[in-house]
Design a protein around this ligand. Structure first.
Ligand code: ZN
Length: 184
């Protein structure tokens, strides 16, 4: 199966549209799209991708999690499909951390997200699930859900001072050099 997708970049109108609900999960063409997107995320080792990013204006995304530079304690969760998702409740407070996006390559932003969310969605098998996500999974879920509503992460950054280009982010945030005079 081909895992090649053309990823739409910021500026493409689909990234700014509200996506339509998925009507029939059992539809074989839809299942093929899900399989292809799951394979894509596995192939790229990414954390997730939303349907509008690959030109499908429907309400589903692929979510996964694994430990990484910024989130060494992120859980190991293989990619799975999240269809027609809703947030039922969320924490009062938000926390900020760094995000990036395949549709905005080369840029990172410090994004406030709810610390936990109670969600409902449908699975690949068409079952309805209600669960709570916190921390990294909650962050990625909110990032991908934003894509279904025409939002991207830079919309949520509170100041342009909290945007960085990838190269600087790698140097300063992901792999900062040890400070030489830290003991006073
Ligand atoms: Zn994204």
């Amino acid at each position: 199966m081909s895992t090649d997708f053309f990823i739409h970049q910021l500026g493409h109108p689909l990234l700014r549209q509200k996506a339509e609900p998925v009507e029939s999960i059992e539809d074989s063409a839809f299942q093929q799209q899900l399989d292809a997107l799951l394979a894509f995320v596995i192939d790229k080792g990414g954390m997730g991708i939303a349907a509008p990013q690959v030109g499908i204006s429907q309400r589903f995304f692929i979510l996964s999690s694994h430990p990484n530079d910024r989130y060494p304690y992120a859980p190991d969760v293989p990619p799975f499909a999240v269809i027609n998702p809703e947030i039922l409740a969320h924490s009062d407070t938000t926390s900020k951390d760094w995000e990036g996006c395949l549709s905005l390559p080369g840029i990172r932003g410090l994004v406030p997200r709810y610390e936990w969310i109670d969600v409902r969605y449908q699975t690949y098998a068409g079952e309805t699930v209600e669960t709570r996500y916190e921390g990294f999974m909650a962050r990625v879920f909110q990032h991908e859900l934003d894509h279904l509503n025409g939002h991207v992460f830079i919309d949520r950054v509170e100041s342009n001072l909290e945007l960085m280009m990838e190269q600087e982010w790698q140097k300063q945030i992901a792999h900062p050099r040890q400070k030489s005079h830290s003991d006073h």
